[in-house]
Design a protein around this ligand. Structure first.
Ligand code: 13P
Length: 253
C-alpha cells in the first residue's frame, strides 16, 4: 500500500519555542503511526535542525523544508539550496506551493528544475498543484492540473517518480475554511492518477501518494482521507494546533 501522510505546513508561523512545544505535544499521536503512515513537519528553514533533533529516534516522522532554490549553489544571497537542506538532515521539500507560485512567480518550468535538484540530492519533493477559483468555476480544473503535472513532472523517469508525493491543493480552499467536498477531492485526485498512469503505467501511478490540502481539520479529515485516491493531507492552519493535528494524524487510513 502506498504511504499515507499527514503533513503539517507551518508556513511563516510560530516561534521556535512554540514550534518545539507543538511537536512535543504531538509525540503521542505520532507514536501510533503504522508502517505505511507518516507525519511530516514542513517548518521554517531556521527550525529544521531543532525539529529534526526533537524527532530523533522516532519512527515514521520526518521534517520538510517549505521551499528550495532552483540552482545548485552559488551567489544567490538569501536562498537555500537542496544541498544545504540535505546537509542538515532534511527529508522532504515542499515544491510549488500555490503561495510560492503566486507571490514569487514560480513557473512550472522553475518547479521542474527544483525537483531535479531535490532528486539529485536525495530529498523527497512534495509537489503541489491545484487550481484557482475561476478555473474551478469554469470547470477546467482537470486540464489545468494535468498541465501543471505534465510541465513539472513528466520529464522524470519511472524510477524517479515511483513513490513520489503530490499534494492537490485547490487555491479556493486554502485558508478559507471552504474545503473541497470529499467527492470533489476524490474526483480530481483519481484523475491525477489517470494522468500519471498514462505516462508511467498503473503500477507506478498507484505507488504515488496524492495528498489533499485546503482547510483540512480534525472535523473533516477522516471523511476526506477515506477516499480511495486521497492518501492523507497537507495541512496549514489546523497543523498549528496540537489537538487538531493529532486528530488529523489519527484520521490516516
Ligand atoms: P490551510 O489548511 O490553512 O487551508 O492551508 C492549506 C495549505 O496551504 C497547506 O499547504
Amino acid at each position: 500500500m502506498r504511504k499515507q501522510i499527514a503533513a503539517a505546513n507551518w508556513k511563516m508561523n510560530l516561534t521556535l519555542a512554540k514550534g518545539e512545544e507543538l511537536v512535543d505535544q504531538l509525540l503521542d499521536a505520532t507514536t501510533g503511526l503504522t508502517e505505511n503512515q507518516e507525519a511530516v513537519f514542513a517548518v521554517p528553514f531556521p527550525y529544521l535542525v531543532n525539529i529534526k533533533n526533537k524527532l530523533a529516534g522516532k519512527s515514521n516522522v520526518f521534517v520538510a523544508a517549505q521551499n528550495c532554490y532552483n540552482k545548485v549553489s552559488g551567489a544567490y544571497t538569501g536562498e537555500v539550496s537542496a544541498e544545504i537542506l540535505k546537509s542538515i538532515g532534511t527529508d522532504y521539500v515542499v515544491i510549488g506551493h500555490s503561495e510560492r507560485r503566486e507571490y514569487f512567480n514560480e513557473s512550472n518550468q522553475m518547479l521542474a528544475e527544483k525537483i531535479n535538484i531535490c532528486l539529485e540530492y536525495k530529498l523527497k519533493p512534495i509537489f503541489c498543484c491545484g487550481e484557482a477559483l475561476e478555473i474551478r468555476e469554469a470547470d477546467t480544473q482537470n486540464s489545468y492540473v494535468e498541465n501543471q503535472i505534465k510541465e513539472s513532472l513528466f520529464h522524470l523517469s519511472a524510477e524517479q517518480i515511483t513513490g513520489f508525493v503530490i499534494a492537490y491543493e485547490p487555491i479556493w480552499a486554502i485558508g478559507t475554511g471552504k474545503t473541497a467536498t470529499s467527492a470533489q477531492a476524490q474526483e480530481i485526485q483519481a484523475y491525477i492518477r489517470v494522468v500519471l498512469a498514462s505516462k508511467y503505467g498503473k503500477e507506478i501511478a498507484d505507488s504515488i501518494s496524492i495528498l489533499y490540502g485546503g482547510s483540512v481539520k480534525a472535523a473533516n479529515a477522516k471523511e476526506i482521507f477515506s477516499q480511495p485516491d486521497v492518501d492523507g493531507g497537507l495541512v496549514g492552519g489546523a497543523s498549528l494546533m496540537a489537538t487538531e493535528f493529532a486528530a488529523i494524524i489519527k484520521s490516516l487510513k
